[in-house]
Design a protein around this ligand. Structure first.
Ligand SMILES: Cc1cc2nc3c(=O)[nH]c(=O)nc-3n(C[C@H](O)[C@H](O)[C@H](O)COP(=O)(O)OP(=O)(O)OC[C@H]3O[C@@H](n4cnc5c(N)ncnc54)[C@H](O)[C@@H]3O)c2cc1C
Ligand code: FES
Length: 353
């Protein structure tokens, strides 16, 4: 049986201007509502200025437990292709293309009665708002949010969160950290916010420096779940096992040397109507092999977060260094994040669908 198409269309029914550079797009998916969990995201496919299709991930700011409508909230990134295109070219009544929801930044059953702690920087509030609404509506847990923003006008959902706190008296607390009043958030602010809730689950989303600061300050407290939006230098992940050739993984731009070609086997990539094969190289990801083969496959974060680079294994197997985007079912079906997948078998064939 043919698998369902990866993308479906949705009509933009409303656009809400949240701040000067942030909009919420309310979507009515064609073919019926999307089934999703709070904290998940969809991959959007847009064609900017008649060029090639670009894929970007956007999290839901709505929650299935509290909102009848599907909403995603997008902040402009200076110089960014897709975020600015969505702001400048999409109007109510237009259609967008998006995948089924995915991602694992979702509510986990809590082992203790400690509150859920949310740490959000800028647009990182989007999935955390969804998680907060879901927790308040679906459980008895308390929710405490630490929201860091440049200043009051750039704080997304400022009033919305204040209203939500009134609706759940004693259960939702929102602490605002505005850089223009207090300087950048530091580890002491994070520890002060955590206070006695050392066994609480923390959900963290924001720009990379914010993530690093909060994650480091949370060491020694309860479980920490993070969602990375990308956009900063992500250090290359360490290889899953020692290189048999004992040489660093080659950059795709470097000319091959005999040692780099030591691994046996062939990597075959199917993309659009192209089918290309290259000799396998040790520790090279499938995405790197595809680029070496002269293809331009889709990718975004290159960190295992967004699923933009997913493809289906048609032959052989591969181990992902990081997988924070594909569901267990998708992995079982043979999907792989090509930016993270390193072949386990001499020959591997992958198809971008
Ligand atoms: C799982 C996931 C969920 C996401 N959810 C949301 C969401 O709900 N709302 C939202 O607004 N964004 C979200 N993002 C970020 C979004 O996917 C895009 O990366 C972002 O909109 C920038 O895309 P662009 O095409 O405008 O910029 P690009 O053209 O890709 O980038 C242009 C420049 O901006 C930098 N840049 C790219 N992304 C970022 C970023 N996020 N922050 C700062 N600089 C960046 C790049 O390094 C580059 O220099 C999410 C990302 C992931 C991986
Ligand atoms: S490019 Fe984001 S998971 Fe591979």
């Amino acid at each position: 049986m043919p698998s369902p198409p990866l993308f479906r269309r949705a009509t933009v029914t409303r656009i809400i201007q949240e701040t000067a550079d942030t909009r919420t797009f309310v979507l009515a998916p064609h073919g019926g509502p999307l089934s999703y969990r709070a904290g998940q995201f969809c991959i959007f496919r847009v064609r900017v200025d008649g060029g090639r299709d670009l894929l970007r991930s956007y999290s839901m700011s709505s929650a299935p437990e509290t909102d009848d409508e599907l909403m995603t909230t997008v902040k402009r990134v200076p110089g960014g292709k897709v975020s600015n295109w969505l702001h400048d070219h999409v109007s109510e009544g237009d259609e967008l293309e998006l995948t089924e929801p995915r991602g694992q930044f979702c509510l986990r059953p809590a082992p203790t009665s400690a509150p859920l702690l949310g740490f959000c920087g800028g647009s990182g509030i989007t999935p955390v708002l969804s998680l907060a609404k879901s927790t308040l509506a679906g459980t008895d847990r308390r929710v405490r949010l630490l929201c860091a923003d440049r200043d009051r006008p750039s704080a997304i959902f400022y009033e919305g969160l204040a209203e939500l706190a009134k609706r759940y008296p004693g259960r939702l607390t929102v602490v605002r950290h505005l850089d223009d009043e207090r300087g950048l958030l530091d580890a002491a602010d994070v520890k002060e916010f955590v206070g006695a809730d050392m066994d609480a689950d923390s959900y963290v989303c924001g720009p990379e420096p914010f993530m690093e600061l909060v994650e480091s300050a949370l060491q020694g407290s309860g479980r920490v779940f993070s969602e990375r939006f990308g956009g900063a230098q992500v250090p290359p992940p360490s290889p899953p096992r020692p290189s048999p050739a004992r040489t660093p993984a080659p950059s795709p731009a470097q000319p091959p040397t005999p040692t780099q070609n030591a691994a046996e086997g062939t990597i075959t990539i199917l993309l659009g109507n192209k089918r290309v094969s290259v000799p396998r190289r040790p520790n090279e990801t499938l995405l790197q092999s595809a680029r070496r083969a002269g293809l331009a496959p889709p990718f975004s974060c290159e960190a295992g977060n967004c699923a933009t680079c997913m493809a289906k294994l048609r032959e052989g197997s591969a181990t992902m260094r990081v997988n924070d985007a594909l569901t267990e079912e998708e992995v079982a079906e043979g999907y792989v994040l090509t930016c993270q997948g390193v072949p386990d078998t001499p020959s591997v064939t992958v198809e971008y669908e």
